[in-house]
Design a protein. Structure first.
Ligand SMILES: C[S@@+](CC[C@H](N)C(=O)[O-])C[C@H]1O[C@@H](n2cnc3c(N)ncnc32)[C@H](O)[C@@H]1O
Length: 251
């Protein structure tokens, strides 16, 4: 299981960050393709955001794009070296703040309220206790009408799989949905998809405060072709155009 000690020792020590995370954008051709074909359509309704919180930004692979669509940004990561790197990388944005945490507490941003809380490709490595800690805090941090978009493991639905790319084996979309409901939130859209070779190793959960969405029935989507279809769209159709975006986006 990728517990907090594993995450801390990996991302704050053992991992070679010289690729800045762009090495994980391979299926899309580049990070712009990943952001605009897979992430953007799923969060576009919440953008532009007056205030945005990113959980676990790493070296800012998504942050570079998110900063184009928000006025005020906070990033919280358990790796001090990731926080230090992002502070330097985005120093020209005084409206962006980065905080190191213990992997569980969002106390650093407790005084803020957010239109969008976002996390991509990070909490797939987080075990259930991290979601038990983060979900009530995230719900309390949302502005009225705000939403959270979290990318997480779905491997708890595949008990025969004991290891796949260090994804958590005790988190699933179902368990995340239960936590959201237990803390008064409402799931708006859940999508399980093929983060790996099998049909549904990963999940995206979009949720808000229950009182803001009393009549919304959660949409649950099984999307086993996500990586293939969106990766191909990105690489073949948009790749040449997206590859011409300003270099600071993919630095
Ligand atoms: C695989 S990297 C992904 C970074 C970035 N989201 C990206 O897509 O390039 C995982 C990141 O998640 C952070 N992380 C893992 N567990 C965390 C937790 N419980 N709270 C905050 N950050 C966490 C790590 O420190 C690391 O920066």
């Amino acid at each position: 299981m990728p517990d907090l000690d594993w995450n801390k020792s990996t991302w704050d020590g053992a991992y070679d960050w010289s690729g800045r995370g762009h090495e994980w954008s391979g299926p899309w051709g580049n990070s712009a393709g990943m952001f605009f074909t897979t992430i953007m359509p799923r969060i576009a309704a919440a953008l532009p955001a007056d205030s945005l919180l990113e959980l676990a930004p790493g070296h800012g692979r998504c942050t570079a794009f998110l900063l184009r669509f928000c006025r005020r940004y906070h990033g919280v990561d358990l790796s001090q070296q990731c926080v230090d790197y992002c502070r330097l990388r985005f120093a020209s944005r005084p409206d962006a703040a980065f905080h190191a945490n213990d992997g569980l507490s969002l106390a650093a941003v407790a005084e803020e309220r957010f239109d969008l809380v976002f996390s991509f490709d990070s909490l797939v490595h987080a075990d259930l206790p991290v979601f038990e800690a983060y979900i009530p805090q995230v719900l309390a941090l949302l502005k009225p009408g705000g939403v959270a978009f979290l990318h997480h493991s779905n491997l708890a639905d595949f008990p025969a799989v004991t290891e796949f790319q260090h994804r958590s084996t005790n988190v699933s979309a179902r368990l995340v949905a239960k936590l959201v409901a237990r803390h008064g939130g409402r799931v708006l859209v859940q999508e399980v998809f093929n983060g790996g070779p099998a049909a549904a190793y990963d999940g995206f959960t979009l949720f808000g405060r229950g009182e803001d969405h009393p009549d919304v029935a959660p949409q649950v989507i099984f999307n086993p072709g996500l990586m293939g279809q969106e990766g191909e769209l990105s690489r073949r159709a948009f790749g040449p155009y997206l590859g011409r975006l300003p270099p600071e986006l993919t630095a």
